[in-house]
Design a protein. Structure first.
Length: 161
């Protein structure tokens, strides 16, 4: 056990050992607002369990209505457009995430995300995501706030004339 190591110290150690890919993943996870405040050990576990994927511009990363519901995506670099019912509703960029709803309940995707520039994402499996939320109340609370924001946005959109 390393004790009270800092994220920067862990990243520096990985770089010194030539483990640049692992260092980059750990650094990216440390910059995600949803994951702020996670214990260093939890970030290390996540860094070990995520996989990284790169989606060229124009690629549909997830498609609205698909019922695979596999994977929670954390954007590391690039930009993606978010579409609901064929209308662009927003964008995702570094530090953002998507796929929470389908990952939580296994239901169909509620939006399409298309890479508008090369999009690099870290992908957490359902099991990894569930473990993260279960074991880390701070992350669970931030997720609840995020989901509340989605509900409010949809409610105000539906109420608009």
């Amino acid at each position: 056990m390393r004790g009270n190591r800092t994220l920067d110290a862990d990243i520096d150690e990985l770089l010194a050992e030539g483990r640049t890919s692992e260092a980059r993943v750990l650094e990216a996870l440390g910059q995600v607002p949803l994951l702020e405040g996670l214990p260093l050990e939890a970030l290390r576990r996540l860094a070990f369990e995520v996989r990284e994927s790169v989606f060229p511009a124009g690629t549909e990363v997830v498609r609205e209505g698909d019922d695979d519901g596999v994977g929670f995506f954390v954007v590391v670099a690039g930009v993606g457009a978010v579409f609901v019912d064929g209308r662009q509703m927003g964008t995702v960029a570094a530090g953002d995430h998507f796929g929470a709803l389908a990952t939580i309940d296994g239901g169909p995707r509620t939006a399409t995300v298309r890479a508008t520039a090369e999009l690099r994402c870290l992908i957490l499996t359902d099991a990894t995501f569930h473990e993260l939320v279960h074991d880390n109340p701070a992350a669970a609370w931030k997720l609840l706030i995020y989901l509340s924001g989605l509900v409010r946005t949809l409610s105000s959109r539906d109420a608009a004339p």
